[in-house]
Design a protein around this ligand. Structure first.
Ligand code: KG4
Ligand code: ZN
Length: 339
């Protein structure tokens, strides 16, 4: 019997639906919400309304593109959390309503676990190898920065995490200070490629364990620019590429330092990266160098699966389906959700 999962993602500002059959992605549609750009960040209420408008057309597109009809769906997987509560409510309610009408089970998905499970999407590509367990995953998104030790598909343990801002927030907040658009991460990445990463030095945290901190960097960046702007109004315009390159290098150094420590401590033979910031070209190069130095395997998701998407939710649903792990209809979405 084949297993066909419809996945639904609505945790932040992307409305997405995907169909995964027996672990292979048949379709994955994402509606981005451009409305937030003019506010310089996601406005929760506007996100909920946009999800409400997008969800039916996006699910319809995903189904049509996959060639799968509703009567062959085995279960519906949805992001239960963490995320914006109003946004999560849209996907959760939609999944429950559709599942009730079809008489199929629902599967609740942790958004962060889903980001990691993109590495376990099946592929017919002979060069594509799935990671072996135990696996260390550096999860770097807009709201989270975590080192996750995986023993199995759904057996994950956080061994280090940020005590304040996430890496994505550091990119976005510093980009905002420089007057770059939202989200700032991709813009910083692009500008950094023409800059000198050693041009400026910013504060790095001193934390002994595997936890991260990025709020000191943001403050150091802010004060540095405030002082330079007093001397020269055009400082940012003149040094934009060098600022981006130096900022990006500092963020990557902080990430790589802890990841390297975690690999040595856990003695894993594989490292994966996931989440929106795993699209960063500097980070992708840095993990290659690290894996080469430590003689371990490295896994980087395709760029299209780094930021929020429903293929990751559907694949997580597939592995939970195999475990007979279904949700009850009275389960509420959770803005904060532990692993
Ligand atoms: O995983 P994601 O789509 O959403 C959350 O679950 O939070 O991650 C979004 C984050 C944003 O902070 C965005 O600036 C960052 O990923 N991001 C990047 C890049 N592409 C997206 N950061 C650095 N370099 C990039 N190329
Ligand atoms: Zn995400």
């Amino acid at each position: 019997m084949s297993i066909t999962i419809l996945g639904i993602e609505s945790s932040c500002d992307e409305t997405s639906a995907a169909v995964v059959k027996d672990g292979f992605v048949l379709s994955n549609h994402i509606a981005n919400q451009v409305i937030h750009e003019k506010y310089g960040g996601v406005v929760p209420e506007l996100a909920s309304r946009a999800h409400q408008q997008n969800i039916v057309p996006v699910v319809d597109l995903a189904l049509r593109d996959s060639g799968v009809t509703l009567d062959s769906i085995s279960a519906i997987a949805f992001t239960r959390g963490p995320g914006l509560l109003g946004a999560l409510l849209v996907g959760t309610s939609f999944a429950k309503g559709l599942a009730l009408s079809l008489g199929v089970p629902i599967i609740d998905i942790n958004h962060l676990q889903a980001h990691i499970l993109v590495h376990f999407i099946k592929s017919n590509d002979v060069d594509c190898h799935m990671p072996q367990f135990p696996l260390l995953c550096l999860l770097v998104s807009g709201g989270h920065t975590q080192l996750v030790l995986m023993e199995d598909y759904l057996k994950m343990k956080i061994i280090g995490q940020t005590i304040d801002d996430a890496a994505g927030e550091a990119f976005d907040k510093c980009a905002k200070i420089m007057g770059l658009g939202y989200p700032g991460g991709p813009v910083v990445d692009r500008l950094a490629q023409e800059g000198n990463p050693s041009a400026f030095k910013f504060a790095k945290p001193r934390i002994d364990n595997l936890d991260f901190s990025f709020s000191g960097l943001k403050t150091s960046f802010l004060y540095f620019l405030r002082d330079r702007l007093k001397e020269d109004d055009n400082f940012i315009d003149k040094h934009r590429a060098d600022l981006c390159a130096s900022l990006q290098k500092t963020i990557i150094d902080i990430l790589i330092d802890k990841t390297s420590k975690a690999i040595r401590q856990t003695e894993v033979k594989g490292l994966a990266i996931a989440g929106g910031v795993s699209a960063n070209s500097g980070l992708r190069n840095a993990v290659d160098v690290l894996a080469n130095d430590l003689n371990i395997n490295v896994y980087k998701p395709p760029i299209s699966l780094t930021t929020d998407n429903a293929a990751m939710v559907a694949i997580a649903g597939y592995y939970k389906f195999l475990n007979n792990d279904f949700a009850s209809h009275d389960l509420p979405p959770l803005a904060r959700m532990p692993f």
